[in-house]
Write a protein that binds this ligand. Sequence first.
Ligand SMILES: Cc1cc2nc3c(=O)[nH]c(=O)nc-3n(C[C@H](O)[C@H](O)[C@H](O)COP(=O)(O)O)c2cc1C
Length: 187
Amino acid sequence: MKAVGIVGSPRKNGNTEILTKHTLKAIEEEGLDTELISLAGLDIRPCDDCRVCLDEERCPIDDDLFPLYNKIKEAEAIILASPVYFGSATALLKAFMERTGRIGQRGRVFAGKVGGPLIVARRAGQNFTFAQLMYWFHVLGFFMPGSTYWNIAFGRQPGEVKEDEEGLRTAWNFGKNIAFLVKSLKT
Ligand SMILES: Cc1cc2nc3c(=O)[nH]c(=O)nc-3n(C[C@H](O)[C@H](O)[C@H](O)COP(=O)(O)O)c2cc1C
């Protein structure tokens, strides 16, 4: 059983990565394998609506997306994590969501998996971005556990999120609930 955390910040070792690692650690403690995948520096272009994937499980855009699609397809749980950029998810994560979502939609490959969002921002836009990401999980048929608050945290400079005690605790509890749900669905 595996949980994959996709970090949609273009900045490596930033707050989103720290928060995602924290959640994955809570999941690991429950005996699941985990992997963090940073999209920073990867070439992931947006969907161009060519519609090839409506007939075949492939994408003709030759970039870094398809191996990642195969990775998340094999996982039982998927976390999408984003910093807030102008009140929204990053363009990088949005491109990832458009393409993986569209490729997987035909075969309902994500239906029955477990997942949910994690969001970090300096000051505002977390709730909107949280909702924005939930559309992806919902339409693709994921089961999404709750936590003790919405999965949002505060931080600006890299590392600042470590000072947001409630944000960390919420992300941790979310991880625990992810693991619980994955294990419950397997038995
Ligand atoms: C282009 C850009 C836009 C941003 N827009 C917002 C915003 O709308 N609201 C906010 O609170 N913070 C905003 N921020 C701050 C980031 O969300 C914040 O620094 C976050 O911790 C970055 O996460 P990271 O360290 O994982 O890259 C923005 C940062 C950048 C670079």
